[in-house]
Ligand binder design. Structure first.
Ligand code: ADP
Ligand code: MG
Length: 680
């Protein structure tokens, strides 16, 4: 048996099952052993109901006996509770605002549940506990792996396959021996074995540590390698004409010190003779757009074309207007290419781009999908990067390898993490805000204050201002009791806002419909927009002064911060109202972070603390799905060591023994086979 042997070489896996495994991207034994559990069921450490103490966090194995309650208590509060029992007695578990839970929990089945214990008349009660159906008990002694699954393949089936090969020591050690010694790392085969079938908790931790280290070490090494080879590409250096400084001095405002610093960094890149690869971070409203405009104008002065890619059509249209206002008087030709551009227009624009008549192209991802051929593309800007994957960011570059790249994002990322996510980019930060910005007053409310909030909004409208009401995404497949945009819209139109101009905006509308609503809104013909998060990024309507966010607990803090950034864009006092329909303590803690601070970096860090990294930073979205096992902020510490060791090795690569060098090389490319191609 080898790592390359087909999965069908295993007992119990024929052609048909083999296809099912292939759907999980498990085709050979190596894939199988690299398919790590997503979780573990620790059956070694559970309590009996009668032993549990108040305030204690504990895990129980219980049988669910019956549904006790399933009803609405108030407009925005429902309860679903179950009677549970184990060998020591009975208890109760309750779920708030999760009525779909009734379809998930099966009466008569055994579950592993964990949560904080409260007691009522001596009986144990758990509120919103985490739960999972109990798998086969005590199979591996005490800790049982849970694999990510798809339909038609069971956890046990994977375990049975893994068991057949996990002791064969099929891997060669891929980390340098000196690092294994220095950090007392578990060896490769031992850690593979323990990540699947842990001997005990300690060996699971050691195994995970080693695999995380390995993953981050090779990831960093790959980034250093790529950066050195492909990314630092020689290009014709730009000239800094005096016109560019005239342009900056004649803007309707003076650049902030943070903006000026970044402009200089960009100028330095563009005149260096190497291709620029820069990430620009700057909080919502810090003024990133003008930086892009300056860089694009310099590109124009040097005789090159440039593009800016944005995540939504709404934003693309807004940029078009803004760019034309500023640049067309200077003879720069700006055009827009989006999904809804008519065929006739599209052909005209594609021709103009091809023969060089058009200088700047603004677009959505239609830009990448279209076969746009540039006359001479010099700069490629991506705005609000967190909405795009690395894959998309890179694919434009693949076409025009020599074009400078500027990626702009409002999602602040702690520096160490930024190095992982954007290790191939230099980082600039705008650390100042334009002057005279009013602080946005933020409050968090529950359902008892909703009516007052609506009256408040109405009063703002009477003063001539406008408002946003934001609702979570409409997801019909989910049975969450969320106030969907359509429902809230209907309700407000019939009730509190019956005498206002109110409109609905959501992602399922056509682009033309969306544009029409946004246009009317920016011209002040609409007072209140009820919307899903399509307005999240970049939209600029300075007269809007209130934003009310329904089910605020459903949003990431970084996202709430983005949404809040839609207001406070003029000298009018602005407000953000977070309507939290959850009772949970953590949701109120998260609201408090928002009401306490308007600093995007502080908020992002808190969000990390309270939620973990994955979904906020969009590690997946960023295309870095090679990170199979590392998680942030949990593994930041390991990252630091892995990073410095990788750096060390990279610096001293010439003194490495030939054999060691070959081994590392093989794993740099082998380990990261999926993403290497998109990183260059
Ligand atoms: P973001 O960084 O969120 O993309 P924008 O570029 O949209 O921010 O800028 C927000 C607003 O601030 C715009 O109306 C812009 O014209 C204005 N602005 C940008 N820089 C300055 C400045 N230095 N002084 C005053 N206003 C500025
Ligand atoms: Mg912006």
């Amino acid at each position: 048996m080898k790592l390359e042997s087909k999965i069908t070489a295993l007992k119990g896996i024929g052609e048909k099952r083999g296809k099912k495994f292939a759907e999980l991207e498990i085709e050979n034994i190596g894939d199988l052993l690299n398919y790590y559990p997503r979780d573990y069921e620790d059956q070694s450490n559970f309590k009996l109901l009668y032993e549990a103490d108040i305030e204690e966090k504990a895990t129980f194995i219980v049988k669910v006996l019956s549904v006790l309650e399933d009803r609405r208590i108030k407009r925005n509060l429902s309860i679903t509770s179950f009677l549970i029992e184990d060998n020591s007695g009975t208890g109760k578990m309750s779920f708030f605002n999760m009525r779909y839970i009734k379809n998930q929990i099966k009466i008569g089945e055994a579950y592993l549940i964990s949560g904080k214990v409260t007691k009522f008349k001596g009986q144990v009660q758990l509120t919103n506990p985490s739960f999972k159906i109990l798998s086969e008990k005590n199979k591996f002694g005490k800790i049982y792996p849970i694999y990510p699954l798809k339909k038609d393949i069971s956890n046990n089936e994977i375990i049975k396959a893994v068991e057949q090969v996990v002791d064969l020591k099929l891997f060669e050690e891929n980390l340098p021996a000196q690092l294994i010694r220095k950090y007392d790392l578990m060896d490769k085969n031992e850690s593979i074995k323990n990540i699947h079938i842990p001997k005990n908790k300690r060996s699971l931790i050691k195994a995970r540590q080693r695999l995380v280290f390995e993953e981050l070490f090779f990831f960093q090494l790959t980034l250093f390698t790529l950066r050195n080879k492909d990314i630092e590409m020689e290009v014709k250096p730009y000239k800094l004409e005096s016109e560019i400084y005239n342009f900056i001095n004649n803007l309707s405002f003076k650049l902030t010190s943070g903006q000026s610093k970044v402009v200089e960094e960009i100028f330095k890149d563009m005149t260096s003779g190497k291709r620029m690869n820069r990430l620009l971070q700057g909080d919502v409203g810090s003024g990133k757009t003008i930086i892009a405009i300056v860089a694009m104008y310099l590109t124009f002065l040097n005789g090159f074309q440039s593009t800016i890619m944005v995540p939504t059509e709404i934003l693309a249209r807004q940029h078009l207007e803004n760019f034309r206002n500023i640049l067309e008087p200077l003879g720069v030709k700006v055009e827009l290419l989006v999904g809804s551009t008519s065929v006739k227009n599209k052909n005209r624009i594609l021709t103009g781009i091809y023969n060089g008549e058009i200088d700047i192209l603004i677009g959505t991802h239609a830009l990448i999908e279209e076969n746009v051929e540039f006359h001479n593309l010099g700069l490629n800007v991506t705005d609000e990067q967190h909405r795009f994957g690395v894959r998309q960011r890179q694919s434009l570059n693949v076409k025009e390898k020599s074009a400078h790249t500027l990626v702009m994002t409002a999602t602040p990322i702690p520096r160490t993490l930024a190095l992982v996510l954007y290790g191939d980019l230099d980082i600039s930060t705008i650390d100042t805000m334009p002057p005279n910005r009013q602080k946005i007053d933020t409050i968090a409310i529950n359902e008892t204050m909703l009516d007052r909030a609506l009256v408040f909004i109405k009063n703002e409208v009477k003063k001539g201002r406008q408002a946003y009401v934001i609702c979570p995404l409409i997801e019909e497949s989910e049975h969450f009791e969320l106030d969907s945009a359509t429902e809230v819209y209907e309700y407000l139109k019939e009730n509190q806002f019956s005498d206002l101009n109110i409109a609905l905006l959501h992602g399922k509308m056509s682009n033309d419909e969306k544009n029409e609503v946004m246009e009317k809104y920016s011209e002040g013909e609409i007072d209140v927009i009820v919307s899903t998060t399509v307005v999240e990024v970049g939209v600029n309507v300075p007269n809007a002064t209130v934003i009310l966010i329904y089910n605020a607990e459903r949003f990431g803090l970084a996202q709430l911060h983005q949404l809040r950034g839609r207001v406070g864009r003029s000298s009018h006092k602005s407000y953000c109202i977070l309507y939290n329909t959850s009772q949970s303590k953590i949701s109120w803690e998260r609201m408090k972070v928002m009401t306490d601070s308007t600093d995007g970096f502080y908020i992002a860090n808190k969000d990390l603390e309270l939620r973990g990294s994955g979904d906020i930073l969009g590690v997946k979205q960023s295309g870095i799905n090679t990170l199979k096992i590392s998680q942030f902020p949990r593994d930041l510490n390991i990252l630091k060591y892995a990073q410095s060791e990788a750096q060390n090795i990279f610096k001293n690569k010439d003194s490495l023994e030939e054999e060691e060098k070959l081994k590392l090389k093989k794993h740099i490319l082998g380990n990261l086979k999926i993403d290497v191609s998109i990183l260059n």
